[in-house]
Write a protein that binds this ligand. Structure first.
Ligand code: SF4
Ligand code: SF4
Length: 223
């Protein structure tokens, strides 16, 4: 899932301050799972903003709350149309893709981000999330026993460990597991250590974001 966290309330207050009527728009998928932008977070943020503006004795602000299933999918975006029409600005609690999808679909409405999008990851345990994929565009997980060195090795090494790990921890950050320690353990378990005998040439980073914004075309889905 896409992992993000809500922006600090001070930053959000500054961004919505010029507007009188604000629609706080939640997204019911990834950002809901990581407690950044689902229905509950919309409700809590709306109350916090109302209180904060009232306490500061600034001019009154009207806040409407709405959460749609996904802000990044056309199928659901239209559900926000009426709410957007009633307000001066949209404070989106979606990831960066959702914010941009809303801005493209409703070009007349200012759409502000309320969440800092951080990474593609998983929930390790309640409240703890960690990065698992950098979206490099050329997945090699089959070779690495399902553990991504592009994302989880601090040096992004593709042909084995740097030799600096101690007790299975990364020399760059001893609080994290050495990705190559994990890869070798997993490949040993799977009986696939021979995978590492094949040299992997320098990665073609054109499939990653270094080649500019990417586009995925599925010809079979185009109608
Ligand atoms: S190899 Fe690339 S696509 Fe696969 S998990 Fe790692 S970063 Fe993501
Ligand atoms: S210690 Fe392991 S994870 Fe850290 S940089 Fe070296 S090989 Fe990568």
């Amino acid at each position: 899932m896409i992992v993000g966290e809500q922006k600090p309330i001070k930053e959000i207050m500054e961004s919505v301050a010029p507007y009188k009527r604000v629609l706080i728009l939640g997204c019911g998928t990834c950002v809901k799972t990581c407690f950044a932008g689902g229905e509950d977070e919309v409700e809590v943020l709306a109350s916090a903003l109302r209180l904060a503006f009232k306490t500061k004795k600034q001019r009154s602000i009207e806040i409407e709350e709405l959460t749609i299933e996904r802000q990044c999918e056309n199928e659901f975006i239209q559900e926000a149309a009426a709410g957007i029409g009633r307000n001066d600005v949209v404070l989106s609690l979606a990831c960066g893709a959702g914010v941009q999808a809303m801005a493209e679909r409703f070009p007349a409405a200012p759409v502000l981000p309320g969440v800092n999008t951080t990474f593609i990851g998983i929930q390790d345990r309640p409240g703890i999330f960690s990065e698992r994929c950098s979206g490099c565009g050329d997945c090699g997980l089959a070779r690495f026993g399902g553990i991504c060195p592009v994302t989880r090795c601090s040096k992004k090494l593709l042909n084995g460990p740097c030799g600096g790990s101690q007790n299975g921890k990364c020399e760059v950050d001893p609080s994290i597991d050495c990705a190559w320690h994990l890869i070798i353990e997993r490949l040993t378990e799977l009986g696939q250590l021979d995978n590492l005998k094949t040299y992997i040439p320098p990665k073609n980073w054109q499939t990653s974001t270094s080649g500019g914004p990417r586009k995925l075309v599925r010809e079979d889905q185009i109608i």
